[in-house]
Design a protein around this ligand. Structure first.
Ligand SMILES: [Zn+2]
Length: 321
Protein backbone atom coordinates (compact mmCIF):
# COMPACT_ATOMS: atom_id res chain seq x y z
CA UNK A 1 0.00 0.00 0.00
CA UNK A 2 1.36 3.41 -0.90
CA UNK A 3 2.07 5.91 1.80
CA UNK A 4 1.41 9.59 1.55
CA UNK A 5 2.56 12.86 3.10
CA UNK A 6 0.21 15.75 3.75
CA UNK A 7 1.59 19.28 3.23
CA UNK A 8 0.01 22.44 4.55
CA UNK A 9 1.00 26.04 3.79
CA UNK A 10 -0.68 28.52 6.15
CA UNK A 11 -0.55 32.02 4.73
CA UNK A 12 -1.94 35.40 5.67
CA UNK A 13 -4.22 35.42 2.63
CA UNK A 14 -4.68 31.82 1.65
CA UNK A 15 -4.06 28.40 3.08
CA UNK A 16 -3.14 25.59 0.72
CA UNK A 17 -2.57 21.88 0.97
CA UNK A 18 -1.46 19.01 -1.18
CA UNK A 19 -0.74 15.33 -0.78
CA UNK A 20 2.66 13.96 -1.79
CA UNK A 21 3.47 10.44 -2.84
CA UNK A 22 6.39 8.60 -1.28
CA UNK A 23 8.67 9.73 -4.12
CA UNK A 24 7.87 13.44 -3.82
CA UNK A 25 5.22 13.99 -6.45
CA UNK A 26 2.05 15.98 -5.82
CA UNK A 27 -0.81 13.48 -6.09
CA UNK A 28 -2.97 14.30 -9.13
CA UNK A 29 -0.99 17.56 -9.35
CA UNK A 30 -3.73 18.95 -7.16
CA UNK A 31 -3.30 21.84 -4.72
CA UNK A 32 -6.30 22.85 -2.63
CA UNK A 33 -6.35 26.59 -1.91
CA UNK A 34 -8.73 28.36 0.41
CA UNK A 35 -9.02 31.80 2.00
CA UNK A 36 -7.40 31.85 5.44
CA UNK A 37 -10.47 33.32 7.25
CA UNK A 38 -8.19 35.78 8.98
CA UNK A 39 -9.68 38.07 11.64
CA UNK A 40 -12.43 35.53 12.42
CA UNK A 41 -10.91 34.49 15.72
CA UNK A 42 -8.36 31.87 16.62
CA UNK A 43 -10.72 28.90 16.76
CA UNK A 44 -12.50 29.71 13.50
CA UNK A 45 -9.13 30.08 11.74
CA UNK A 46 -7.97 26.74 13.14
CA UNK A 47 -11.19 24.96 12.11
CA UNK A 48 -10.80 26.37 8.61
CA UNK A 49 -7.18 25.15 8.50
CA UNK A 50 -8.18 21.70 9.70
CA UNK A 51 -10.94 21.50 7.11
CA UNK A 52 -8.49 22.24 4.30
CA UNK A 53 -6.64 19.04 5.30
CA UNK A 54 -9.83 16.98 5.70
CA UNK A 55 -11.15 18.21 2.37
CA UNK A 56 -8.03 17.40 0.38
CA UNK A 57 -7.97 13.84 1.75
CA UNK A 58 -11.65 13.45 0.87
CA UNK A 59 -11.16 14.95 -2.59
CA UNK A 60 -8.32 12.54 -3.39
CA UNK A 61 -10.04 9.60 -1.62
CA UNK A 62 -7.02 9.07 0.60
CA UNK A 63 -7.54 7.58 4.05
CA UNK A 64 -5.90 9.21 7.04
CA UNK A 65 -4.35 5.85 7.94
CA UNK A 66 -2.40 5.93 4.67
CA UNK A 67 -0.73 9.24 5.57
CA UNK A 68 2.72 9.05 7.21
CA UNK A 69 2.95 12.60 8.54
CA UNK A 70 1.73 16.18 8.17
CA UNK A 71 4.22 18.94 7.35
CA UNK A 72 3.17 22.50 8.16
CA UNK A 73 4.65 25.74 6.85
CA UNK A 74 3.70 28.94 8.63
CA UNK A 75 4.96 32.51 8.85
CA UNK A 76 7.08 33.10 11.98
CA UNK A 77 7.87 33.66 14.74
CA UNK A 78 7.60 30.00 15.70
CA UNK A 79 8.89 27.59 18.27
CA UNK A 80 9.52 24.62 15.98
CA UNK A 81 10.58 22.28 18.80
CA UNK A 82 7.40 22.86 20.80
CA UNK A 83 5.28 23.14 17.65
CA UNK A 84 3.94 26.56 18.54
CA UNK A 85 3.07 29.56 16.40
CA UNK A 86 4.19 32.36 18.70
CA UNK A 87 2.60 35.35 17.06
CA UNK A 88 0.26 35.46 14.05
CA UNK A 89 -1.93 38.54 14.50
CA UNK A 90 -3.95 37.99 11.30
CA UNK A 91 -4.95 34.55 12.59
CA UNK A 92 -5.56 35.73 16.14
CA UNK A 93 -2.96 33.17 17.22
CA UNK A 94 -0.72 33.88 20.20
CA UNK A 95 1.40 30.91 21.34
CA UNK A 96 -0.94 28.70 19.37
CA UNK A 97 -0.11 24.96 19.71
CA UNK A 98 -0.76 24.10 16.07
CA UNK A 99 1.22 20.83 16.18
CA UNK A 100 -0.60 19.51 19.26
CA UNK A 101 -4.00 20.45 17.83
CA UNK A 102 -3.37 18.76 14.48
CA UNK A 103 -1.91 15.70 16.21
CA UNK A 104 -5.07 15.40 18.31
CA UNK A 105 -7.37 15.79 15.33
CA UNK A 106 -5.53 13.63 12.79
CA UNK A 107 -3.67 11.16 15.05
CA UNK A 108 -0.55 11.62 12.92
CA UNK A 109 2.97 12.97 13.46
CA UNK A 110 3.06 16.71 12.68
CA UNK A 111 6.15 18.78 11.87
CA UNK A 112 6.22 22.58 11.74
CA UNK A 113 8.62 25.08 10.20
CA UNK A 114 8.84 28.61 8.95
CA UNK A 115 7.59 29.01 5.36
CA UNK A 116 10.80 30.59 4.07
CA UNK A 117 12.87 27.80 5.68
CA UNK A 118 10.69 25.27 3.88
CA UNK A 119 11.13 27.22 0.65
CA UNK A 120 14.89 26.89 1.08
CA UNK A 121 14.59 23.16 1.84
CA UNK A 122 12.46 22.60 -1.28
CA UNK A 123 14.89 24.49 -3.51
CA UNK A 124 17.91 22.54 -2.28
CA UNK A 125 16.16 19.15 -2.56
CA UNK A 126 14.23 19.43 -5.81
CA UNK A 127 14.50 23.00 -7.11
CA UNK A 128 17.09 25.40 -8.44
CA UNK A 129 19.48 24.73 -5.55
CA UNK A 130 19.71 20.98 -6.19
CA UNK A 131 23.27 19.80 -5.69
CA UNK A 132 24.21 22.75 -3.46
CA UNK A 133 25.46 22.08 0.04
CA UNK A 134 24.83 25.65 1.21
CA UNK A 135 22.03 27.80 -0.16
CA UNK A 136 20.04 30.96 0.52
CA UNK A 137 16.42 31.20 -0.54
CA UNK A 138 14.68 34.55 -0.51
CA UNK A 139 11.11 35.56 -1.32
CA UNK A 140 10.63 39.04 -2.69
CA UNK A 141 6.96 39.95 -2.52
CA UNK A 142 4.99 42.01 0.02
CA UNK A 143 8.05 41.70 2.28
CA UNK A 144 11.36 39.83 1.97
CA UNK A 145 11.72 36.52 3.80
CA UNK A 146 14.67 34.19 3.84
CA UNK A 147 15.70 30.64 4.51
CA UNK A 148 19.25 29.37 4.89
CA UNK A 149 20.55 25.88 4.14
CA UNK A 150 23.89 24.94 5.69
CA UNK A 151 25.33 21.48 5.01
CA UNK A 152 22.09 20.40 3.38
CA UNK A 153 19.93 21.22 6.41
CA UNK A 154 17.84 24.20 7.45
CA UNK A 155 19.81 26.62 9.59
CA UNK A 156 17.33 27.87 12.21
CA UNK A 157 19.68 29.68 14.56
CA UNK A 158 19.61 29.30 18.34
CA UNK A 159 16.09 30.67 18.83
CA UNK A 160 14.37 29.75 15.54
CA UNK A 161 15.17 33.30 14.46
CA UNK A 162 17.65 32.86 11.58
CA UNK A 163 16.90 34.02 8.06
CA UNK A 164 15.27 37.37 8.83
CA UNK A 165 16.89 38.79 5.71
CA UNK A 166 14.19 41.43 5.33
CA UNK A 167 15.40 43.13 8.49
CA UNK A 168 19.10 43.50 7.78
CA UNK A 169 19.66 47.23 7.81
CA UNK A 170 21.13 48.54 4.55
CA UNK A 171 20.82 52.26 5.41
CA UNK A 172 21.77 53.24 8.98
CA UNK A 173 19.42 56.22 9.10
CA UNK A 174 16.91 54.93 6.57
CA UNK A 175 13.14 54.49 6.75
CA UNK A 176 11.72 53.48 10.17
CA UNK A 177 10.71 49.80 10.17
CA UNK A 178 7.86 48.31 12.23
CA UNK A 179 10.48 45.88 13.62
CA UNK A 180 12.04 48.81 15.52
CA UNK A 181 15.14 49.19 13.33
CA UNK A 182 15.80 51.61 10.50
CA UNK A 183 16.63 51.18 6.83
CA UNK A 184 15.64 47.51 6.70
CA UNK A 185 16.29 45.72 3.40
CA UNK A 186 12.62 44.91 2.73
CA UNK A 187 11.68 48.59 2.95
CA UNK A 188 13.80 49.07 -0.21
CA UNK A 189 13.70 45.77 -2.06
CA UNK A 190 10.21 44.30 -1.57
CA UNK A 191 7.26 44.62 -3.93
CA UNK A 192 5.68 46.99 -1.41
CA UNK A 193 8.78 49.20 -1.61
CA UNK A 194 8.59 49.29 -5.43
CA UNK A 195 4.94 50.36 -5.21
CA UNK A 196 5.74 53.07 -2.65
CA UNK A 197 8.49 54.49 -4.89
CA UNK A 198 6.09 54.48 -7.84
CA UNK A 199 3.46 56.40 -5.87
CA UNK A 200 5.98 58.98 -4.68
CA UNK A 201 7.40 59.43 -8.20
CA UNK A 202 3.96 59.78 -9.73
CA UNK A 203 2.96 62.43 -7.18
CA UNK A 204 6.28 64.19 -7.87
CA UNK A 205 5.22 64.53 -11.51
CA UNK A 206 7.50 61.93 -13.14
CA UNK A 207 6.26 60.42 -16.40
CA UNK A 208 5.68 56.74 -17.05
CA UNK A 209 3.35 54.48 -18.97
CA UNK A 210 2.79 52.71 -15.61
CA UNK A 211 1.19 55.86 -14.20
CA UNK A 212 -1.03 56.23 -17.27
CA UNK A 213 -2.13 52.61 -16.85
CA UNK A 214 -3.04 53.43 -13.23
CA UNK A 215 -5.08 56.46 -14.36
CA UNK A 216 -2.75 58.52 -12.13
CA UNK A 217 -4.59 57.07 -9.13
CA UNK A 218 -2.18 56.07 -6.29
CA UNK A 219 -4.64 53.36 -5.18
CA UNK A 220 -4.33 51.65 -8.57
CA UNK A 221 -0.52 51.53 -8.50
CA UNK A 222 0.75 47.95 -8.57
CA UNK A 223 3.77 45.98 -9.69
CA UNK A 224 2.08 44.44 -12.72
CA UNK A 225 1.72 47.91 -14.28
CA UNK A 226 5.43 48.59 -13.91
CA UNK A 227 6.18 45.23 -15.50
CA UNK A 228 3.86 45.99 -18.41
CA UNK A 229 5.50 49.39 -18.88
CA UNK A 230 8.98 47.82 -18.80
CA UNK A 231 7.93 45.31 -21.46
CA UNK A 232 7.12 48.31 -23.68
CA UNK A 233 10.53 49.88 -23.05
CA UNK A 234 9.18 52.62 -20.79
CA UNK A 235 12.23 54.52 -19.58
CA UNK A 236 10.95 55.10 -16.05
CA UNK A 237 10.03 51.42 -15.59
CA UNK A 238 13.42 50.21 -16.83
CA UNK A 239 15.17 52.60 -14.41
CA UNK A 240 12.88 51.53 -11.56
CA UNK A 241 13.90 47.89 -12.07
CA UNK A 242 17.56 48.87 -12.26
CA UNK A 243 17.16 50.49 -8.85
CA UNK A 244 15.37 47.36 -7.60
CA UNK A 245 18.29 45.25 -8.80
CA UNK A 246 20.68 47.56 -6.98
CA UNK A 247 18.81 47.24 -3.67
CA UNK A 248 18.47 43.47 -4.06
CA UNK A 249 22.18 43.32 -4.82
CA UNK A 250 23.09 45.29 -1.68
CA UNK A 251 21.24 42.84 0.55
CA UNK A 252 22.34 39.70 -1.29
CA UNK A 253 25.99 40.83 -1.25
CA UNK A 254 25.81 41.10 2.55
CA UNK A 255 24.37 37.60 2.76
CA UNK A 256 26.94 36.09 0.39
CA UNK A 257 29.82 37.80 2.18
CA UNK A 258 28.70 36.22 5.44
CA UNK A 259 27.43 32.82 4.31
CA UNK A 260 29.40 32.14 1.09
CA UNK A 261 26.77 29.79 -0.37
CA UNK A 262 26.96 28.19 -3.81
CA UNK A 263 23.83 30.01 -4.92
CA UNK A 264 20.88 32.14 -3.91
CA UNK A 265 17.40 31.35 -5.21
CA UNK A 266 14.86 34.14 -5.43
CA UNK A 267 11.11 33.53 -5.38
CA UNK A 268 8.01 35.69 -4.92
CA UNK A 269 5.99 37.95 -7.19
CA UNK A 270 8.72 40.52 -7.89
CA UNK A 271 10.81 37.86 -9.67
CA UNK A 272 8.33 37.99 -12.56
CA UNK A 273 10.39 41.06 -13.53
CA UNK A 274 13.73 39.23 -13.27
CA UNK A 275 14.79 39.98 -16.82
CA UNK A 276 14.67 43.69 -15.96
CA UNK A 277 16.56 43.66 -12.63
CA UNK A 278 18.88 40.66 -13.00
CA UNK A 279 21.73 42.52 -14.70
CA UNK A 280 21.76 45.40 -12.22
CA UNK A 281 21.64 42.95 -9.31
CA UNK A 282 24.59 40.94 -10.68
CA UNK A 283 26.65 44.13 -11.25
CA UNK A 284 26.01 45.19 -7.65
CA UNK A 285 27.04 41.72 -6.43
CA UNK A 286 30.24 41.88 -8.47
CA UNK A 287 31.06 45.28 -6.96
CA UNK A 288 30.27 44.35 -3.38
CA UNK A 289 31.04 40.68 -2.84
CA UNK A 290 34.45 39.86 -1.45
CA UNK A 291 34.60 36.58 -3.36
CA UNK A 292 34.07 35.94 -7.03
CA UNK A 293 30.48 36.06 -8.26
CA UNK A 294 29.29 33.97 -11.20
CA UNK A 295 26.14 34.93 -13.02
CA UNK A 296 24.73 31.43 -12.32
CA UNK A 297 24.78 32.04 -8.56
CA UNK A 298 21.65 34.17 -8.80
CA UNK A 299 18.78 31.83 -9.62
CA UNK A 300 15.00 32.04 -9.75
CA UNK A 301 12.53 29.58 -8.26
CA UNK A 302 10.45 27.48 -10.61
CA UNK A 303 8.42 25.88 -7.79
CA UNK A 304 6.48 29.13 -7.39
CA UNK A 305 3.31 28.86 -5.29
CA UNK A 306 4.03 25.25 -4.34
CA UNK A 307 7.50 25.82 -2.90
CA UNK A 308 6.39 25.70 0.76
CA UNK A 309 4.31 22.57 0.13
CA UNK A 310 7.34 20.80 -1.34
CA UNK A 311 9.40 21.94 1.64
CA UNK A 312 6.81 20.59 4.07
CA UNK A 313 7.03 17.22 2.29
CA UNK A 314 10.84 17.13 2.63
CA UNK A 315 10.56 18.18 6.30
CA UNK A 316 8.44 15.07 6.91
CA UNK A 317 10.71 12.88 4.79
CA UNK A 318 13.71 14.04 6.82
CA UNK A 319 11.65 13.27 9.90
CA UNK A 320 13.28 15.82 12.12
CA UNK A 321 12.37 19.24 13.35
ZN1 LIG B 1 12.88 45.84 10.06
Amino acid sequence: MSKYYLSLDIGGTKTSASVFSENGEIVNNYVLKRKSETFKGKEAVYQNTKKVLEDILAKLSIKREDVTAIGVGSPGPLDTKEGIIIHAPLMGWENFPIVERLKEDFKLPVLLDNDANLGALAEVRCGEGRGCKNLIYMTVSTGCGGGIIINNNIYRGSHDGAGEVGHMSILPEGIDCPCGSKGCFELYASGTAINERMKADMLAGKKSLAFELADYDPDKIEGSLLLEAASKNDEYALEAYKLEGYYLGLGIANLLNILDTEAIVLGGGVTKAKEYFHHSCISTLKERCVHRVDEGMLRYSKLNDSVVLYGAYYLCKDGKN
